[in-house]
Design a protein around this ligand. Structure first.
Ligand SMILES: [Fe+2]
Length: 317
């Protein structure tokens, strides 16, 4: 497979306070150089007999492939990031305020990250994270540092070749100039595309029908706020004696003996039950409680999830 050159996205002669000479050199030597390197590495990899290739040779080539591939992708995004009038669209201002508190807060962090890379090198990226459905400002000291599954939509190149010709060591002036050239309508289109990437699929347990689950964070918050909720650890006895610890402020009840303790519960307050990891026992117990007329849910991730968020536990009596 050969990677092909992409035309520069912005019109270089229209950029504000960035010289044609700088942009041409950047596109031809740095973007073009990465692409040529990527194709040379790819050709070399295709010719390898993996059974006879020493580990250090393969490691080195795969590392260089990652660096060169990301360099081409990020440079294409960098050139596409510019060419506008630097005036944020209403839509992007709202999205950035949603994810960063205020638009100015986003801008302050993004700029400061660029300033901080002056004298060093790397990328500052605005990246959409599908799992969380939000944007983050991401630092990438090497072309190869990327948020797994992230979709970068704005790229600021902080390698010296991106600005030294026009700005010398004045990285701050370059960052400010970059922001005055951002093409915001195009950025908003890229955001719209990125936001269509679905979050990774959550665990499904169709065998338990539509029984409602509740997150460990929500249960912890309800308990901390003193909201009325009856939280019950229904791990099987065997698991309890092995694990020893239980969540603070929670009752332990044997799921096999449900009929003996169901009378202790109040129907006027919600009930949350959980087992070790959020699978069978908690779900089945919640179903039985709902059938008996309780407002019952099972806690996702169970006791392990409770510990994974650092919520308090105590040694079982
Ligand atoms: Fe560059």
């Amino acid at each position: 497979m050969r990677y092909t050159l992409k035309q520069i996205h912005c019109r270089p002669w229209t950029l504000n306070s960035l010289s044609l000479k700088l942009i041409e050199s950047h596109y031809e030597n740095n973007y073009g150089g990465a692409l040529r390197r990527l194709n040379a590495i790819t050709e070399q990899l295709e010719s390898l007999d993996f059974a006879k290739t020493p580990a250090h040779v393969l490691n080195g080539l795969k590392r260089e492939e990652l660096v060169a591939l990301n360099s081409t992708l990020l440079h294409e995004l960098y050139f596409a990031s510019m060419g506008g009038d630097g005036k944020p669209t209403k839509g992007m201002m709202e999205i950035l305020a949603r994810d960063f508190g205020t638009f100015d807060r986003w801008r302050a962090e993004f700029s400061a990250m660029g300033y901080a890379l002056g004298g060093g090198s790397g990328w500052v990226l605005l990246t959409y994270v599908p799992r969380d459905g939000r944007l983050i400002n991401q630092y990438a000291a090497e072309h190869s540092q990327a948020v797994a599954s992230g979709v970068p939509i704005l790229a600021l190149d902080m390698y010296e070749h991106a600005y030294h010709m026009d700005f010398g060591a004045n990285a701050k002036a370059y960052v400010d100039t970059f922001l005055r050239n951002v093409d915001w309508p195009a950025l908003e289109q890229r955001y719209d595309d990125a936001a269509k990437v679905p979050a990774p699929r959550l665990l499904e347990q169709p065998e338990f029908g539509d029984i409602a689950g509740i997150g460990v964070e929500d249960v912890r918050a309800m308990m901390a706020a003193g909201k009325p909720v009856q939280v019950i650890d229904v791990r099987p006895r065997a698991a309890l004696s092995r694990l020893q610890d239980i969540a603070e402020g929670v009752q332990c009840r044997d799921p096999e003996q449900l009929q003996q303790w169901i009378g202790e519960l109040s129907k006027s307050e919600p009930v949350v039950v959980y087992c070790a990891y959020g699978f069978h026992v908690g779900c089945r117990t919640a179903i039985k409680l709902r059938e008996a007329g309780f407002d019952a849910k099972y806690m996702n991730s169970g006791h392990s999830g409770w510990k994974a968020i650092g919520a308090p536990v105590k040694i079982a009596p």
